[in-house]
Design a protein around this ligand. Structure first.
Ligand code: BES
Ligand code: MN
Ligand code: ZN
Length: 512
């Protein structure tokens, strides 16, 4: 896919399709008005007749019948001007690109982030390419090609099976071209890195084993110039990672410990640590999960995928700071050698954990990964994990839960998520909640008893960060979409990639 930037007028665009926006309750403005002149008033006519209203997510396609070089126009509803935000630019761009791809267009110009919208021009241009690339994403790796369908004489009703592709997207904007170009490049990097994380999440668990997960991280690191180290069970034993090994012992697949390093800061500065849960499949272990929807547990590595995707973005955005990505990865399986409820495991910081259910495995593998991050002196440390069903009860599928032991870091992360267009929400960490995980026979117990399940999980993690500035994102509710919507296809969302990349940028700027 070619990505271009143009500051010329829409009438001069030479691709085969253009998307222009219309606000609800207003006459067509900007690019729509400019095209309308060349099109002898057809857009004004559609507006007057009520076919174009400007309602959010509305799409009206029309052909230009040789009046201008571009064959097709998509008129996209932007909603009301006073509600127009970067999120709306993303949605409108996604809607436009999907509609035009479906219609068979190849070279699309997006004139949705226009000057009179009141938004920052560069930010709007960035949001437009982000929305387009995130909206166009599909996971089609395991569907036969269209030509195979044709050979079999099968009917193609599914948009997926049609497999149409755009060749180029041109962001048509106003303002200084170099600034637009830089913003669009940033958007491209963030969207492509998010889509990489989505691919990892969508892969089936028989393909994306812990070894394969590590392989993908290592290939990505090679491509973008990151340092990468992959460790196996022998190294974990040397490190004393009894919690990670405890979870891994029920699986025939070997666990891996993935370490990615980006160096943009001083050699002696430890820098930011990003840690992600990498359970490639969570059966629940001996405390086995109900069968219904267990397939969704192939996405229990999405925290890890977010870290790897963020490292891919950071490698290209090059913030002036060091960043280390850490992903412990294993399956959680039942089996003759699986760990049991009642077991006591010792993590690599020496603390013992009383196991009450083998389904609370995420906090265990993170215990060893966070201890390791702490030993490297990384600061701050942020983890992302599909950790608890309880956070889904608390926040639903809109926002991830943020648990933090440092007010400044909490504010910084909220700002990073805001800039990234991802939604997180602070959860409480009062010291009184420590009682949830107090054990009578080990240093801590693995789960609480009654309510507050997501907080209890965060409290377990807090025992492994040695009081360093740390934040935990429980992303169990936001890693997967149940069905396609305006922001993306069904499946993995890649949540966290953009917030982490923004955070690295903000921390680098603060130092400088
Ligand atoms: N991976 C799950 C959490 C999860 C639930 C992720 C729903 C995505 C969607 C985690 O390992 C788990 O099983 N947590 C248990 C913990 C409980 C047994 C204390 C849970 O939340 O039910
Ligand atoms: Mn589990
Ligand atoms: Zn899990």
């Amino acid at each position: 896919m070619d990505i271009r930037v143009s500051t010329r007028d829409v009438q001069q665009f030479d691709g085969d399709a253009l998307a222009v926006g219309v606000f609800a309750g207003e006459e067509p403005h900007g690019p729509a008005a400019a095209l309308d002149e060349a099109l002898v008033g057809v857009i004004a006519e559609l507006h007057a007749s009520g076919e174009v209203t400007g309602a959010a997510d509305e799409v009206v396609l029309l052909h230009t019948l040789g009046k201008i070089e571009t064959a097709r126009i998509a008129i996209i509803g932007l909603g009301r001007r006073e509600h127009f935000t970067l999120a709306r630019v993303r949605r409108a761009s996604a809607t436009a690109c999907r509609a035009l791809r479906k219609a068979g267009a190849h070279d699309v110009g997006l004139a949705l982030a226009w000057a009179d919208s009141g938004l920052n021009l560069a930010q709007a241009a960035r949001a437009s390419i982000e929305g387009a690339l995130l909206g166009l994403y599909e996971f089609t790796l395991y569907q036969s090609t269209p030509s195979a369908h044709e050979r079999d004489g099968q009917q193609q009703t599914d948009e997926h099976a049609g497999r149409k592709h755009l060749h180029s997207i041109t962001i048509i904007g106003r303002g200084r071209e170099p600034a637009l170009r830089a913003a669009v490049e940033r958007g491209r990097i963030l969207a492509e890195s998010t889509n990489f994380a989505r691919d990892l999440g969508n892969e089936p668990p028989n393909v994306l084993t812990p070894c394969e997960f590590a392989q993908r991280a290592s290939a990505m690191a090679e491509r973008f110039g990151l340092e990468c180290e992959i460790y196996g069970p022998d190294w974990m034993r040397e490190q004393g990672m009894g919690a990670l090994l405890g979870v891994a012992q029920g699986s025939h697949q070997e666990p891996r410990f993935i370490l990615l390093r980006y160096r943009g800061g001083a050699a002696d500065e430890p820098g930011l640590g990003l840690v992600g849960k990498g359970i490639t499949f969570d059966t629940g272990g001996i405390s086995i999960k109900p069968a219904a929807a267990m397939d969704a547990m192939k996405m229990d590595m999405c925290g890890g995928a977010a870290v790897i995707g963020a490292m891919m973005a950071i490698a290209q955005l090059k913030p002036a700071t060091n960043v280390t990505g850490i992903v412990p990865t294993t399956e959680n399986m039942p089996g003759g050698n699986a760990y049991r409820p009642g077991d006591i495991l010792r993590a690599s910081n020496g603390k013992t954990i009383e196991i009450l259910t083998t389904d609370a495995e995420g906090r265990l593998i993170l215990a060893d990964a966070l201890s390791y991050a702490t030993r490297l002196g990384l600061t701050p440390i942020i983890d992302a994990a599909t950790l608890t069903g309880a956070i889904v009860i608390a926040l639903g599928h809109l926002r991830a839960g943020l648990f933090c032991n440092d007010d400044t870091l909490q504010r910084t992360l909220m700002a990073a998520a805001e800039a990234a267009g991802e939604r997180i929400w602070p959860m409480p960490m009062d010291p009184e909640y420590n009682d949830l995980v107090r054990s009578e026979i080990a240093d801590i117990k693995q789960t609480g008893t009654r309510g507050g399940g997501a907080i209890a999980a965060a409290k377990v993690l807090s025992h492994f960060v040695n009081n360093l500035p740390w934040a935990h994102l429980d992303i169990a509710g936001v890693t997967a979409r149940e069905k396609r919507d305006a922001e993306g296809d069904k499946g993995a969302t890649g949540f966290g990639v953009r917030t982490f990349a923004e955070l690295a940028g903000i921390l680098a700027m603060r130092k400088g």
